[in-house]
Write a protein that binds this ligand. Sequence first.
Ligand code: SAM
Ligand code: SF4
Length: 516
Amino acid sequence: MENPKTSCSGENLKSVSSWVKDQIKQEEIDKYMYDGHDFIDDAKIKRMIEEKKDVSKERLRDILAKAHDINLMDDEDVAYLVNIKDPDMRAEVFKAAEEIKNKVYDNRIVTFAPLYLSSKCVNGCKYCGFRADNGKQVRRVLTQAEVEAETHVLASKIGHKRLVIVFGEHPESAVDYIADTMKTVYSVHDKVRNGVGEIRRVNVNAAPMSIGDLRKLYNSGIGTFQVFQETYDHEIYRQMHPENTLKGNYRWRLYALHRAMEAGIDDVAIGCLFGLADWRFDVMGMVAHARDLEKHFGLGPHTVSVPRLEPAVGTDFSFIKNWVNDEDFRYIVAVLRVAIPYSGLIVTNREKPEMIKSLIDIITQRDADSRIGVGAYSEAFKNGELVPDFQVSEKEQFELGDTRSLDLIIRELAETEHIVSFCTAGYRCGRTGKKIMNLLKSGQEGCFCKLNAVLTFQEWLDDFASDETRKIGMGVIQKELDAIKARVPQDFTQNIYDSFIKSYENIVAGQRDVYF
Ligand code: SAM
Ligand code: SF4
């Protein structure tokens, strides 16, 4: 009998290719299209960028004033914004971005960690260290025992409550594996100092899936489903993603989050890999994506991510023509804040500490203490200690810019009076999707979020903080407690305030996972 063909890593190529053939359901693309077109009209976007070059200060102020109503910006206004080069006018956009962040999200920052589960991938994205033909990449798919080991480090040694789990696209890491992984992560509850080390929200960054597969993730307790379009420019997308691969299908990816919404996952996350195409085009593409989600489901993205291209092992970047410099990158983040004002905004440790610090009053989430090698948290945990800065580049997708510990990052944030929120109450008590968006737009979610931020931050300080971080963090808590008291009865009824104080005292006494 003839042996089945195998790749150099021993894979059965026939079974991989028949799995690939089975993935895309054309009818789940067609149902969202308009007369055979998707919602990205390249020619129209390019024309608008060409035409909307000169914006007066008055018009700019008009545009920014509208953004304060916390509604999605229209295309014409976004086109004006992306064309601005004048430093003073950009500074006005930056200031509006900070005001909007403050209005919707206050001084809260959410922290999370990425957990890479698999580096096997059937695709050939030219910029990614995991692409199938990269011989320099060490391939690995974690077993459930290894997932558990990684989670122990993340939940008990570092103190994270929120993860984004990340996968290459491969039959060995397909939907059932992802669902099992979530189950394993949620099953870890470790005794730590005064309380418990556990992950309370698992977000997923994985390849586009069918509605049926997405329902499985919904039923497994997924937090947010993230799929980054990489670039909205059809032609550049085609050049970056070989056509004979799964990821080569632009529209299967473009409608991934529509399918997620249809499957019941109403917290979805858009993103774009800045550096591939003209960033002005991609910012307009992201806003168009948010608009089409609103059109179909009455709800935009829960978060927006802005990964910027980073060097990757075994990857030659000489073909990249659109690197984004630091000044433009900062401006991109500010424009997205005002253009999609209701969404959370995530900048990751791909960026250097100074860059993230300069954006901290615009963004809502950042990661901390991240290791992006597959299995890297366990490998970095040696002799009862987490080795600082431990990374394993041949097992990583790209290189990190900020490898500092969660404790240090929280201390830095507390020094500038930001409160780190470990709150995961939203999706666990049904405040997701439209419910949370309406609360955010009206400013009411901020009230709940502030109370939960104080409760969860106190919990973290008691269970994980170093002495120095705890001291500075307690200063922030005291200020917040005073500020909350001063908001009775305008923002909080006496009853809510009394019940909050009781919960706070319970946390200090050792009760855990209390939320409003
Ligand atoms: N494989 C899935 C996919 O492509 O959607 C999910 C995980 S992929 C590992 C996560 C994201 O990493 C990609 O969507 C891409 O935006 C980003 N990425 C890939 N290569 C990168 C690089 N060289 N620098 C920065 N980000 C990169
Ligand atoms: Fe695979 Fe995702 Fe990397 Fe593309 S970006 S090669 S799909 S892991």
